[in-house]
Write a protein that binds this ligand. Sequence first.
Ligand code: PMT
Length: 401
Amino acid sequence: MNSLFKKKILLIICGGISAYKSLELIRLLKKQGAKVKTILTKSSKEFITPLSVASLSQEKVYDDLFNAENEAEMDHISLSRWADVIVVAPATANTISKLNAGSSNDLASTVILASDKDIFLTPAMNIRMWEHPSTKENLKKLKSYGYKVIGPEIGDMACGEFGEGKMTEPKEILKEIEIYFNQLNKNKKFKALVTAGPTNEYIDPIRFITNKSSGKQGYALAKSLAKKGFETTLISGPTNLEIDNNINLIKIETAEEMFKATQDNLPTDVAIFSAAVADFKIKEKKNEKIKKQEYINLELEVNTDILNYVSKHNSLRPKLVIGFAAETNNVQENAKKKLLEKNCDWIVANDVSNKSIGFDSDFNEVSIFYKDEKISDEKLVMKKKSEISDEIIDRVIKQLN
Ligand code: PMT
Protein backbone atom coordinates (compact mmCIF):
# COMPACT_ATOMS: atom_id res chain seq x y z
CA MET A 1 0.00 0.00 0.00
CA ASN A 2 1.34 3.46 -0.79
CA SER A 3 2.44 5.60 2.14
CA LEU A 4 -0.13 8.35 1.46
CA PHE A 5 -3.22 6.16 1.59
CA LYS A 6 -5.78 7.71 4.01
CA LYS A 7 -3.22 10.26 5.23
CA LYS A 8 -4.72 13.62 6.20
CA ILE A 9 -3.01 16.53 4.51
CA LEU A 10 -3.88 20.11 5.37
CA LEU A 11 -2.82 22.19 2.36
CA ILE A 12 -2.46 25.93 2.89
CA ILE A 13 -2.43 27.87 -0.37
CA CYS A 14 -0.96 31.38 -0.26
CA GLY A 15 -1.22 34.16 -2.82
CA GLY A 16 1.37 33.69 -5.54
CA ILE A 17 1.29 32.96 -9.24
CA SER A 18 2.35 29.37 -8.55
CA ALA A 19 -0.87 28.77 -6.59
CA TYR A 20 -2.11 27.10 -9.78
CA LYS A 21 0.44 24.31 -9.17
CA SER A 22 -1.28 23.53 -5.88
CA LEU A 23 -4.32 22.38 -7.83
CA GLU A 24 -2.14 19.74 -9.43
CA LEU A 25 -0.71 18.86 -6.02
CA ILE A 26 -4.24 18.25 -4.70
CA ARG A 27 -4.97 16.02 -7.67
CA LEU A 28 -1.79 13.96 -7.13
CA LEU A 29 -2.40 13.61 -3.38
CA LYS A 30 -6.00 12.49 -3.97
CA LYS A 31 -4.82 10.00 -6.55
CA GLN A 32 -2.66 8.39 -3.87
CA GLY A 33 -5.69 8.04 -1.57
CA ALA A 34 -4.85 10.97 0.74
CA LYS A 35 -7.56 13.16 2.29
CA VAL A 36 -6.90 16.81 1.52
CA LYS A 37 -8.42 19.76 3.35
CA THR A 38 -7.42 23.23 2.23
CA ILE A 39 -7.11 26.74 3.59
CA LEU A 40 -6.96 29.59 1.11
CA THR A 41 -5.41 32.89 2.19
CA LYS A 42 -7.23 36.04 1.09
CA SER A 43 -4.68 36.83 -1.63
CA SER A 44 -4.56 33.27 -2.97
CA LYS A 45 -8.14 33.80 -4.18
CA GLU A 46 -6.75 36.35 -6.65
CA PHE A 47 -5.00 33.43 -8.36
CA ILE A 48 -7.28 30.40 -7.94
CA THR A 49 -10.93 29.98 -7.02
CA PRO A 50 -12.36 28.18 -3.97
CA LEU A 51 -14.64 26.31 -6.38
CA SER A 52 -11.75 24.70 -8.28
CA VAL A 53 -10.03 23.77 -4.99
CA ALA A 54 -13.26 22.30 -3.55
CA SER A 55 -13.93 20.33 -6.75
CA LEU A 56 -10.48 18.77 -6.75
CA SER A 57 -10.24 18.09 -3.01
CA GLN A 58 -13.91 17.07 -2.71
CA GLU A 59 -13.87 18.88 0.62
CA LYS A 60 -15.08 22.19 1.97
CA VAL A 61 -12.51 24.99 1.56
CA TYR A 62 -11.64 27.04 4.64
CA ASP A 63 -10.68 30.65 4.28
CA ASP A 64 -11.83 32.88 7.11
CA LEU A 65 -10.88 32.75 10.78
CA PHE A 66 -13.93 34.73 11.85
CA ASN A 67 -16.48 32.72 9.95
CA ALA A 68 -19.01 31.42 12.48
CA GLU A 69 -20.13 28.63 10.14
CA ASN A 70 -16.57 27.34 9.70
CA GLU A 71 -15.75 27.57 13.39
CA ALA A 72 -18.93 25.73 14.34
CA GLU A 73 -18.19 22.95 11.87
CA MET A 74 -14.46 22.63 12.43
CA ASP A 75 -12.62 25.28 14.46
CA HIS A 76 -9.03 26.24 13.77
CA ILE A 77 -7.69 24.02 16.56
CA SER A 78 -9.61 20.96 15.31
CA LEU A 79 -8.37 21.67 11.80
CA SER A 80 -4.75 21.48 12.92
CA ARG A 81 -5.51 18.42 15.09
CA TRP A 82 -7.18 16.72 12.12
CA ALA A 83 -4.07 16.91 9.96
CA ASP A 84 -1.29 14.33 9.88
CA VAL A 85 0.87 16.94 8.23
CA ILE A 86 0.56 20.55 7.04
CA VAL A 87 1.86 21.66 3.65
CA VAL A 88 2.13 25.35 2.74
CA ALA A 89 2.30 25.62 -1.05
CA PRO A 90 3.15 28.12 -2.31
CA ALA A 91 4.75 29.66 0.76
CA THR A 92 5.15 33.33 -0.13
CA ALA A 93 7.75 35.71 1.33
CA ASN A 94 4.91 37.41 3.20
CA THR A 95 3.67 34.16 4.80
CA ILE A 96 7.21 33.09 5.69
CA SER A 97 7.76 36.44 7.39
CA LYS A 98 4.44 36.18 9.25
CA LEU A 99 5.23 32.67 10.48
CA ASN A 100 8.61 33.82 11.70
CA ALA A 101 6.96 36.64 13.66
CA GLY A 102 4.43 34.21 15.17
CA SER A 103 1.61 36.25 13.66
CA SER A 104 -1.96 34.89 13.77
CA ASN A 105 -4.10 37.42 11.93
CA ASP A 106 -5.77 34.99 9.52
CA LEU A 107 -6.90 31.37 9.55
CA ALA A 108 -3.74 30.02 7.84
CA SER A 109 -1.26 31.61 10.27
CA THR A 110 -3.47 30.83 13.29
CA VAL A 111 -3.72 27.14 12.39
CA ILE A 112 0.05 26.91 11.90
CA LEU A 113 0.82 28.73 15.15
CA ALA A 114 -1.58 26.49 17.06
CA SER A 115 -0.24 23.29 15.50
CA ASP A 116 2.22 20.75 16.81
CA LYS A 117 2.25 18.82 13.52
CA ASP A 118 5.14 18.71 11.08
CA ILE A 119 4.95 21.54 8.55
CA PHE A 120 6.34 21.61 5.02
CA LEU A 121 6.99 24.99 3.39
CA THR A 122 7.42 25.16 -0.37
CA PRO A 123 8.64 28.72 -0.99
CA ALA A 124 7.85 30.49 -4.26
CA MET A 125 8.79 34.08 -5.01
CA ASN A 126 10.78 36.40 -7.22
CA ILE A 127 14.56 35.79 -7.11
CA ARG A 128 15.29 39.13 -5.40
CA MET A 129 12.72 38.43 -2.70
CA TRP A 130 14.19 34.96 -2.27
CA GLU A 131 17.73 36.31 -1.98
CA HIS A 132 16.81 39.11 0.40
CA PRO A 133 18.61 38.68 3.75
CA SER A 134 15.32 39.00 5.64
CA THR A 135 13.81 36.03 3.76
CA LYS A 136 16.98 34.01 4.42
CA GLU A 137 16.90 34.94 8.12
CA ASN A 138 13.19 34.11 8.41
CA LEU A 139 13.68 30.69 6.85
CA LYS A 140 16.74 29.96 8.95
CA LYS A 141 14.69 30.64 12.08
CA LEU A 142 11.74 28.56 10.85
CA LYS A 143 14.08 25.66 10.01
CA SER A 144 15.48 25.87 13.54
CA TYR A 145 11.88 25.48 14.78
CA GLY A 146 11.66 22.25 12.77
CA TYR A 147 9.83 23.45 9.62
CA LYS A 148 10.74 21.36 6.58
CA VAL A 149 11.53 23.33 3.43
CA ILE A 150 11.08 21.95 -0.10
CA GLY A 151 12.79 23.98 -2.85
CA PRO A 152 12.57 26.49 -4.37
CA GLU A 153 14.01 25.64 -7.79
CA ILE A 154 16.04 27.58 -10.34
CA GLY A 155 14.32 28.49 -13.60
CA ASP A 156 12.28 30.97 -15.62
CA MET A 157 9.89 32.94 -13.51
CA ALA A 158 6.45 34.34 -14.17
CA CYS A 159 7.88 37.85 -13.75
CA GLY A 160 10.21 37.25 -16.73
CA GLU A 161 13.38 36.84 -14.67
CA PHE A 162 15.53 33.75 -14.34
CA GLY A 163 16.90 32.37 -11.09
CA GLU A 164 16.10 30.64 -7.82
CA GLY A 165 12.58 31.10 -6.45
CA LYS A 166 10.32 28.86 -8.57
CA MET A 167 8.01 26.60 -6.60
CA THR A 168 9.06 22.95 -6.75
CA GLU A 169 6.94 20.89 -9.15
CA PRO A 170 3.94 19.11 -7.54
CA LYS A 171 5.35 15.68 -8.48
CA GLU A 172 8.53 16.42 -6.52
CA ILE A 173 6.57 17.79 -3.54
CA LEU A 174 4.52 14.61 -3.58
CA LYS A 175 7.73 12.55 -3.49
CA GLU A 176 8.99 14.45 -0.43
CA ILE A 177 5.70 13.89 1.39
CA GLU A 178 5.83 10.20 0.48
CA ILE A 179 9.38 9.92 1.84
CA TYR A 180 8.19 11.59 5.05
CA PHE A 181 5.36 9.07 5.55
CA ASN A 182 7.61 6.16 4.57
CA GLN A 183 9.98 7.19 7.35
CA LEU A 184 7.03 7.35 9.78
CA ASN A 185 6.03 3.84 8.77
CA LYS A 186 9.59 2.65 9.39
CA ASN A 187 9.50 4.22 12.87
CA LYS A 188 6.32 2.26 13.62
CA LYS A 189 8.46 -0.73 14.37
CA PHE A 190 10.02 1.22 17.27
CA LYS A 191 8.69 1.31 20.81
CA ALA A 192 9.38 4.18 23.19
CA LEU A 193 8.89 4.83 26.89
CA VAL A 194 8.98 8.27 28.52
CA THR A 195 8.76 9.17 32.21
CA ALA A 196 7.42 12.63 33.03
CA GLY A 197 6.32 14.94 35.80
CA PRO A 198 6.88 14.88 39.55
CA THR A 199 6.19 12.11 42.05
CA ASN A 200 4.27 12.49 45.32
CA GLU A 201 5.83 10.86 48.36
CA TYR A 202 3.18 10.55 51.05
CA ILE A 203 3.74 11.53 54.68
CA ASP A 204 0.21 10.58 55.71
CA PRO A 205 -3.00 9.99 53.66
CA ILE A 206 -3.33 13.66 52.67
CA ARG A 207 0.15 15.19 52.78
CA PHE A 208 3.06 14.54 50.52
CA ILE A 209 6.49 15.78 49.40
CA THR A 210 6.70 16.74 45.73
CA ASN A 211 8.51 19.16 43.38
CA LYS A 212 7.84 21.81 40.74
CA SER A 213 7.86 19.57 37.66
CA SER A 214 4.83 20.24 35.43
CA GLY A 215 5.42 17.29 33.07
CA LYS A 216 5.52 19.64 30.06
CA GLN A 217 8.93 18.46 28.85
CA GLY A 218 8.07 14.77 29.12
CA TYR A 219 4.65 15.17 27.49
CA ALA A 220 6.27 17.08 24.63
CA LEU A 221 8.78 14.26 24.15
CA ALA A 222 6.00 11.65 24.08
CA LYS A 223 4.09 13.75 21.52
CA SER A 224 7.17 14.12 19.31
CA LEU A 225 7.76 10.37 19.43
CA ALA A 226 4.13 9.53 18.58
CA LYS A 227 4.14 12.13 15.79
CA LYS A 228 7.14 10.33 14.29
CA GLY A 229 5.34 6.98 14.38
CA PHE A 230 6.74 5.44 17.59
CA GLU A 231 4.49 3.22 19.70
CA THR A 232 4.78 5.39 22.78
CA THR A 233 4.11 4.77 26.48
CA LEU A 234 4.13 7.78 28.79
CA ILE A 235 4.47 7.10 32.51
CA SER A 236 3.41 10.28 34.22
CA GLY A 237 3.35 11.63 37.74
CA PRO A 238 0.49 13.99 38.68
CA THR A 239 0.11 16.81 36.11
CA ASN A 240 -2.66 18.98 34.65
CA LEU A 241 -1.74 18.05 31.10
CA GLU A 242 -3.69 16.23 28.42
CA ILE A 243 -2.23 13.89 25.83
CA ASP A 244 -3.41 12.55 22.48
CA ASN A 245 -5.01 9.13 22.64
CA ASN A 246 -2.43 7.58 20.33
CA ILE A 247 -0.13 7.57 23.38
CA ASN A 248 -0.42 4.90 26.05
CA LEU A 249 -0.68 7.05 29.20
CA ILE A 250 0.00 5.39 32.55
CA LYS A 251 -0.70 7.65 35.52
CA ILE A 252 1.18 7.04 38.74
CA GLU A 253 1.75 9.01 41.92
CA THR A 254 4.79 7.72 43.78
CA ALA A 255 8.33 6.88 42.68
CA GLU A 256 7.65 3.27 43.60
CA GLU A 257 4.63 3.18 41.25
CA MET A 258 6.69 4.81 38.50
CA PHE A 259 9.38 2.18 38.97
CA LYS A 260 6.85 -0.68 38.75
CA ALA A 261 5.12 0.80 35.66
CA THR A 262 8.51 1.28 33.97
CA GLN A 263 9.51 -2.33 34.59
CA ASP A 264 6.12 -3.54 33.30
CA ASN A 265 6.53 -1.62 30.04
CA LEU A 266 10.12 -2.49 29.15
CA PRO A 267 12.02 -3.36 27.07
CA THR A 268 11.52 -0.73 24.39
CA ASP A 269 13.85 0.58 21.70
CA VAL A 270 14.30 3.90 23.46
CA ALA A 271 13.51 5.13 26.97
CA ILE A 272 13.68 8.77 27.99
CA PHE A 273 13.68 9.59 31.70
CA SER A 274 12.54 13.19 31.99
CA ALA A 275 10.58 12.78 35.23
CA ALA A 276 11.67 14.64 38.32
CA VAL A 277 11.50 11.56 40.54
CA ALA A 278 11.72 12.22 44.27
CA ASP A 279 15.06 10.97 45.51
CA PHE A 280 13.59 10.21 48.93
CA LYS A 281 10.40 8.81 50.39
CA ILE A 282 9.06 8.79 53.94
CA LYS A 283 10.41 5.78 55.78
CA GLU A 284 7.20 5.11 57.67
CA LYS A 285 4.13 6.62 56.04
CA LYS A 286 1.38 7.18 58.63
CA ASN A 287 -1.98 5.59 57.82
CA GLU A 288 -3.90 8.33 59.62
CA LYS A 289 -3.66 12.09 59.38
CA ILE A 290 -0.86 13.32 61.64
CA LYS A 291 -2.22 15.62 64.35
CA LYS A 292 -0.81 19.12 64.78
CA GLN A 293 2.14 19.12 67.16
CA GLU A 294 5.06 21.28 68.31
CA TYR A 295 7.56 19.70 65.95
CA ILE A 296 7.88 16.57 63.90
CA ASN A 297 10.78 14.52 62.58
CA LEU A 298 10.36 12.92 59.19
CA GLU A 299 12.72 10.08 58.49
CA LEU A 300 13.45 9.65 54.81
CA GLU A 301 14.88 6.78 52.84
CA VAL A 302 16.22 6.66 49.31
CA ASN A 303 13.90 5.75 46.39
CA THR A 304 15.14 3.33 43.76
CA ASP A 305 16.85 5.24 40.98
CA ILE A 306 14.73 4.06 38.02
CA LEU A 307 17.10 5.28 35.32
CA ASN A 308 20.08 3.73 37.04
CA TYR A 309 18.25 0.41 37.51
CA VAL A 310 17.05 0.21 33.90
CA SER A 311 20.32 1.21 32.26
CA LYS A 312 22.23 -1.43 34.22
CA HIS A 313 19.67 -4.19 33.70
CA ASN A 314 20.69 -6.57 30.94
CA SER A 315 17.30 -7.85 29.81
CA LEU A 316 15.25 -4.67 30.38
CA ARG A 317 17.71 -2.16 28.97
CA PRO A 318 16.46 -0.37 25.82
CA LYS A 319 18.89 0.08 22.94
CA LEU A 320 18.98 3.78 23.70
CA VAL A 321 18.68 5.10 27.26
CA ILE A 322 18.39 8.85 27.71
CA GLY A 323 18.45 10.53 31.11
CA PHE A 324 17.76 14.13 32.03
CA ALA A 325 19.76 16.20 34.49
CA ALA A 326 18.26 19.23 36.19
CA GLU A 327 21.21 21.22 37.50
CA THR A 328 21.60 24.59 39.19
CA ASN A 329 25.42 24.73 39.10
CA ASN A 330 28.40 23.06 37.39
CA VAL A 331 25.93 21.84 34.74
CA GLN A 332 28.51 20.30 32.42
CA GLU A 333 30.49 18.55 35.14
CA ASN A 334 27.41 17.17 36.92
CA ALA A 335 25.78 16.04 33.68
CA LYS A 336 28.89 14.12 32.61
CA LYS A 337 29.10 12.52 36.04
CA LYS A 338 25.46 11.38 35.83
CA LEU A 339 25.99 10.07 32.29
CA LEU A 340 28.72 7.76 33.51
CA GLU A 341 27.33 6.86 36.93
CA LYS A 342 23.87 6.04 35.60
CA ASN A 343 25.23 4.22 32.53
CA CYS A 344 22.99 6.05 30.07
CA ASP A 345 23.78 6.66 26.41
CA TRP A 346 22.84 10.35 26.48
CA ILE A 347 22.11 12.87 29.21
CA VAL A 348 20.03 15.95 28.43
CA ALA A 349 21.03 18.66 30.89
CA ASN A 350 19.00 21.76 31.67
CA ASP A 351 20.23 24.59 33.85
CA VAL A 352 17.26 25.05 36.18
CA SER A 353 18.83 28.03 37.96
CA ASN A 354 17.50 29.99 34.96
CA LYS A 355 13.85 30.63 35.91
CA SER A 356 12.67 31.16 32.32
CA ILE A 357 13.46 27.55 31.33
CA GLY A 358 13.18 24.07 32.86
CA PHE A 359 10.63 23.48 35.63
CA ASP A 360 7.07 24.50 34.69
CA SER A 361 8.17 26.75 31.81
CA ASP A 362 6.96 26.30 28.22
CA PHE A 363 10.58 26.76 27.16
CA ASN A 364 13.80 24.91 27.66
CA GLU A 365 17.45 25.16 26.73
CA VAL A 366 19.45 21.98 26.94
CA SER A 367 22.83 20.42 26.28
CA ILE A 368 22.94 16.81 25.15
CA PHE A 369 25.95 14.84 26.39
CA TYR A 370 26.75 11.72 24.37
CA LYS A 371 28.60 8.73 25.78
CA ASP A 372 31.26 8.53 23.10
CA GLU A 373 35.03 8.43 23.63
CA LYS A 374 35.35 12.08 24.54
CA ILE A 375 31.77 12.69 25.79
CA SER A 376 30.85 15.20 23.13
CA ASP A 377 28.06 17.64 23.75
CA GLU A 378 25.64 19.69 21.71
CA LYS A 379 23.60 22.69 22.79
CA LEU A 380 19.97 23.28 21.77
CA VAL A 381 19.32 26.97 22.39
CA MET A 382 16.17 28.25 24.12
CA LYS A 383 13.01 27.10 22.33
CA LYS A 384 9.54 25.83 23.09
CA LYS A 385 9.67 22.44 24.81
CA SER A 386 7.83 20.96 21.83
CA GLU A 387 10.62 22.16 19.51
CA ILE A 388 13.39 20.92 21.83
CA SER A 389 11.58 17.57 21.88
CA ASP A 390 11.30 17.38 18.08
CA GLU A 391 15.05 18.00 17.83
CA ILE A 392 15.87 15.35 20.41
CA ILE A 393 13.61 12.81 18.67
CA ASP A 394 15.19 13.56 15.26
CA ARG A 395 18.49 12.54 16.85
CA VAL A 396 16.89 9.43 18.40
CA ILE A 397 15.64 8.35 14.95
CA LYS A 398 19.08 8.82 13.42
CA GLN A 399 20.64 6.78 16.21
CA LEU A 400 18.12 3.91 16.00
CA ASN A 401 18.48 3.71 12.24
O1 PMT B 1 8.28 18.80 34.00
P1 PMT B 1 8.70 20.15 33.52
O2 PMT B 1 8.10 21.28 34.33
O3 PMT B 1 8.48 20.32 32.04
O4 PMT B 1 10.28 20.31 33.76
C1 PMT B 1 11.16 19.49 33.06
C2 PMT B 1 12.32 19.00 33.97
C3 PMT B 1 13.13 20.18 34.43
C4 PMT B 1 11.75 18.25 35.16
C5 PMT B 1 13.14 18.02 33.06
O5 PMT B 1 13.64 18.72 31.96
C6 PMT B 1 14.30 17.42 33.85
O6 PMT B 1 15.37 17.96 33.95
N1 PMT B 1 14.07 16.21 34.43
C7 PMT B 1 14.99 15.52 35.33
C8 PMT B 1 14.90 16.15 36.67
C9 PMT B 1 15.73 15.50 37.72
O7 PMT B 1 15.19 15.29 38.78
O8 PMT B 1 16.93 15.16 37.44
P2 PMT B 1 17.93 14.38 38.46
O9 PMT B 1 19.21 15.02 38.25
O10 PMT B 1 17.42 14.34 39.86
O11 PMT B 1 17.89 12.90 37.95
C10 PMT B 1 18.70 12.45 36.86
C11 PMT B 1 17.98 11.43 36.05
O12 PMT B 1 17.66 10.27 36.84
C12 PMT B 1 16.66 11.89 35.45
O13 PMT B 1 16.57 11.33 34.17
C13 PMT B 1 15.61 11.30 36.38
O14 PMT B 1 14.37 11.04 35.73
C14 PMT B 1 16.28 9.99 36.79
N2 PMT B 1 15.88 9.51 38.13
C15 PMT B 1 16.20 10.22 39.25
C16 PMT B 1 15.85 9.72 40.49
C17 PMT B 1 15.15 8.48 40.56
N3 PMT B 1 14.78 7.98 41.73
N4 PMT B 1 14.84 7.83 39.45
C18 PMT B 1 15.18 8.30 38.23
O15 PMT B 1 14.87 7.68 37.18
